[in-house]
Design a protein around this ligand. Structure first.
Ligand SMILES: Cc1cc2nc3c(=O)[nH]c(=O)nc-3n(C[C@H](O)[C@H](O)[C@H](O)COP(=O)(O)OP(=O)(O)OC[C@H]3O[C@@H](n4cnc5c(N)ncnc54)[C@H](O)[C@@H]3O)c2cc1C
Length: 389
């Protein structure tokens, strides 16, 4: 794999993560996927190694490294066979606290970041709503000020890990949209207890990533202390925007990791499977799509590494981060599709694992932002075309 340049420190990160992941192979992930059971032991192993804090500030127990190192870590995890499930099981611990890191007070950072980094808290991320997906400013979950607290009512959809989470990073409207100068104003961000007395959590039956739940969550009078509001009231949407580029870089890294894993499985199988008296990998119709996938994954990985390097050096990286997410998700999807087809009928059997990768790799094409909206970004911000929505 090309992509992120490997310094001694990064090689050490990759090797340490690989050593952990080797304890949780394909069969572990397949079993959890089938049982819809959360990867508790794996998550604990990552937490015990201190890896949740890889890109968090050192004064709160993190390693203070960059998005480049976090991307390397998540790509290594994804390519171990854990695929998207293994990344999603820890993603919010690794990166979800970004708005707290940037906009939290020192008291909040100490109170919130330390248990996230130690893995004691399981945070979920509650932004998407049934009637407001990509158009985030249209969310209707309300947080109404009541003395020293807010009262939250509304509903969110797709909230991942909410079956186990004890904390929620929640976006809610604090000023009605018709009283705001712009729809992006009047939204506030909270990091607070996911108190089951006021929040009903219902799991969504979905295509893949069975080991990590996603949920409908209903908020009915959840009290949120004012101390749990991140930054200024009404600025929550702007705070989330800060994290979009690094988020896209990490999602690209994860997708590409899955793609490389699928490709490796396909190449191994193509060398071994004998049909018409010769290995199927001797046929160019098998070889060429796999060769093409290698080139596509490598190219996407270089874009991802470039975006990460720009972000870590404080340079603008919107075009590169969006392009990396798009290219990585497409290249990985094609690699997984080809891995299934290279395995023929056995590609459809769970024991060969490529069908699990295939089901999971649909996700980076849809979330956290769709491929269509990435293209809108490139069209408008890079090519200067008029905004289409
Ligand atoms: C497994 C899973 C886990 C998730 N986890 C979380 C989570 O933990 N927390 C959370 O908050 N959210 C989560 N999400 C939600 C995810 O971020 C949203 O699904 C995503 O943002 C898309 O929103 P939507 O599904 O409502 O699509 P919509 O906004 O309804 O869009 C539907 C389709 O229309 C297209 N479209 C819409 N507008 C335009 C336009 N102007 N131009 C071109 N095309 C357009 C989109 O590209 C898309 O293809 C998760 C989703 C999934 C599937």
């Amino acid at each position: 794999m090309n992509g992120i340049e490997l310094t001694d420190e990064r090689r050490q990160i990759r090797d340490s993560i690989t050593a952990i992941c080797n304890r949780f192979g394909d069969d572990y992930w397949l079993e959890l996927d089938k049982k819809h059971a959360f990867p508790v032991e794996y998550r604990q192993a990552i937490a015990d190694g201190g890896w949740f804090g890889i890109a968090m500030p050192q004064e709160y127990g993190g390693a203070g490294l960059g998005i480049t190192e976090a991307a390397l870590m998540l790509q290594t995890i994804a390519s171990s066979g854990g695929a998207i499930a293994a990344c999603s099981a820890i993603h919010v611990n690794v990166f979800g606290a970004h708005p707290i890191v940037v906009h939290g007070t020192d008291e909040q950072k100490r109170r919130m970041l330390v248990p996230i980094i130690r893995g004691e808290d399981v945070p979920a991320f509650g932004v998407t709503e049934p009637d407001a997906g990509l158009d985030t400013t249209r969310i209707t979950t309300r947080a109404v000020r009541d003395g020293s607290r807010y009262i939250v009512d509304g509903r969110k959809v797709w909230t991942s890990t909410a079956q186990r989470a004890n904390k929620i990073l929640l976006l809610a409207r604090t000023t009605p949209i018709d009283q705001c100068a712009r729809p992006v104003d009047g939204l506030s961000l909270f990091y607070t207890d996911l108190d089951r007395r006021y929040v009903d959590v219902q799991e969504i039956d979905k295509l893949g990533r069975g080991a990590v739940d996603s949920n409908l969550t209903f908020y009915d009078g959840l009290p949120v202390p004012i101390e749990d509001r991140i930054g200024e009231e009404g600025r929550g949407f702007h705070y989330l925007l800060d994290g979009l580029n690094p988020e896209r870089i990490l999602v690209a890294a994860e997708a590409i990791g899955v793609g490389f894993r699928a490709l490796e499985k396909a190449a191994t199988y193509a060398k071994e499977r004998m049909v018409f008296g010769r290995p199927i990998g001797k046929n160019q119709a098998i070889q060429h799509p796999l060769a093409q996938s290698w080139m596509e994954l490598e190219a996407a990985n270089l874009m991802m590494a470039r975006a990460a390097q720009l972000y870590d050096s404080g340079s603008p990286c919107g075009a590169e981060a969006n392009a990396a997410k798009y290219l990585g998700a497409e290249a990985a999807f094609r690699a997984c599709d080809r891995a299934v087809r290279t395995h023929g009928g056995f590609g459809y059997a769970k024991e060969y694992h490529v069908e699990r990768y295939f089901r999971e790799i649909m996700l980076p094409r849809l979330a956290p932002v769709s491929q269509e909206l990435v293209m809108c970004y490139i069209a408008e911000r890079v090519l200067g075309l008029p905004k289409s929505y």
